[in-house]
Design a protein around this ligand. Structure first.
Ligand code: FAD
Length: 388
């Protein structure tokens, strides 16, 4: 077997990059050790696809992705459950146990997002309470990003993989890549090797888009360290309510809180303390104390939640975090035809369309897109030669 492009990992990144490459007449194989959307790009509920509150270097990618998300369902011919519901990032009076907050910093955030043409408004308490009821009276305003939305990540990931297949990509599930072989002269990857010892020959490039498994792979075979670690979010789901008492994505300027309503009228609380990952059975175990802390953050903003029962806590999907909260998207050092993308830090789904398009472009024309420059691995090295 020989392919122009070998893509490892069947999450949103692997699927999207495969699709883009296949559209450019490339002979592509997507290799997934389990099934498409079995990692962070799958699972219950919907993912927030938002620009609000993101790092300035991610904002151009989030802005571009807004457009792509809006038309993706139609392009795929699939229902991906995308809805532009807008995000409210609440601002409260300063909270002693959490620290100061200020309308001034919110003004700067609004300014920053507008610099990137992201529609953003600073709302007063009065304006917020017209949009959402049941709020704590400690809320003094909100940053509103109306173009933020939600998407059914499992459906979108599968839809994109299916589109890649229609364009001619081979999708190979239940196949794990355990190592790669390098050309003795050029150091380029010449083959990837599966658990069964089968090999796939590489004529062009390899993209390692295995999220939580990328760093271990590179450390083991290339002695390359990525400053990333795996994180297990706790997703808290309430009992079913008559109606979810808010309609926007909920975030907070200084609490670790994210909330959404689900299609079956539950409140989904995320964004806070993590669960423990059990590597024996490859699943997360919620930590009761930390679940309480997550709920307390939500109750502080929506006091009625105090009286709502928790139905379940899900912790079965991991995500990779990087030391500076930004992804690493780069060539593997010393190997010209090997690309890696990981360290999405809980924000990877939102920017996946724009990043994947740019990465596919880079793979094909070998010129690094400027918008991906902030995510290079070299950013962690000191450029100050003074004390060397
Ligand atoms: C609970 C939770 C909530 C989140 N909420 C949001 C949100 O609201 N907004 C947002 O933007 N982002 C969110 N994220 C982050 C987002 O989901 C991820 O950043 C994104 O899905 C990562 O996509 P990926 O393709 O890189 O990785 P994954 O979807 O994890 O895919 C990687 C794939 O690689 C496969 N694989 C691993 N090793 C190998 C190997 N050796 N050979 C072959 N295949 C291999 C895995 O099986 C997996 O399917 C959330 C993540 C979690 C877990």
């Amino acid at each position: 077997m020989s392919y122009d492009q070998v893509v490892i990992g069947g999450g949103i990144y692997g699927a999207f990059v495969s699709w883009q490459l296949a559209k450019q007449e490339q002979d592509v194989i997507l290799v997934e050790r389990d099934s498409v959307a079995s990692g962070a790009s799958g699972g219950p509920g919907k993912r927030g696809v938002r620009a609000g509150g993101r790092d300035p270097r991610s904002l151009p990618l989030a802005k571009r992705s807004y457009q792509y998300w809006a038309s993706l369902g139609e392009e795929l011919g699939a229902d991906i459950g995308y809805e532009r519901i807008g995000q409210l990032e609440f601002i409260e009076h300063s909270v002693p146990e959490i620290g100061p907050t200020s309308i001034e910093s919110a003004r700067s955030r609004v300014w920053l997002q507008r610099q990137h043409n992201i529609t953003t408004k600073l709302l007063s308490a009065e304006e917020v309470t017209k949009m959402e009821s049941n709020l704590s009276d400690r809320v003094i305003g909100a940053i509103y990003t109306p173009d933020d939305g939600i998407v059914d990540h499992t459906a979108a990931t599968r839809g994109v993989a299916e589109a890649a297949r229609r364009e001619g990509a081979d999708i190979c599930n239940n196949t794990e890549i355990t190592s790669v072989e390098q050309n003795q002269t050029t150091d380029d990857i010449s083959e990837v090797v599966t658990t069964d010892g089968d090999t796939i020959k590489v004529d062009g490039t390899v993209c390692l888009l295995t999220n939580t498994h990328a760093a271990g792979f590179l450390e083991k075979q290339f002695d390359v360290t990525l400053p990333v670690w795996n994180f297990t979010p706790q997703v808290v789901l309430t009992e079913q309510l008559d109606t979810v008492p808010f309609t926007h994505l909920v975030a907070h300027s200084h609490r670790t809180l994210a909330m959404k309503g689900t299609e079956d009228d539950r409140v989904m609380i995320t964004g806070g303390w993590p669960a423990r990952w059990d590597s024996n059975d490859q699943t997360g175990r919620p930590i009761p104390d930390q679940v309480e802390k997550n709920i307390a953050q939500a109750v502080a903003v929506y006091p009625f939640l105090e009286d709502v029962a928790i139905d379940r806590v899900i912790a079965d999907h991991q995500e990779t975090c990087s030391i500076d909260g930004l992804p690493i998207i780069d060539r593997v050092p010393g190997v010209d035809n090997f690309f890696v993308g990981t360290g999405w830090t809980g924000h990877g789904y939102a920017i996946a369309p724009s990043v994947s398009k740019l990465l596919a472009q880079w793979v094909l024309n070998q010129n690094k897109p400027e918008l991906l420059e902030p995510f290079c691995l070299d950013r962690f090295s000191s450029h100050d030669q003074t004390f060397l």
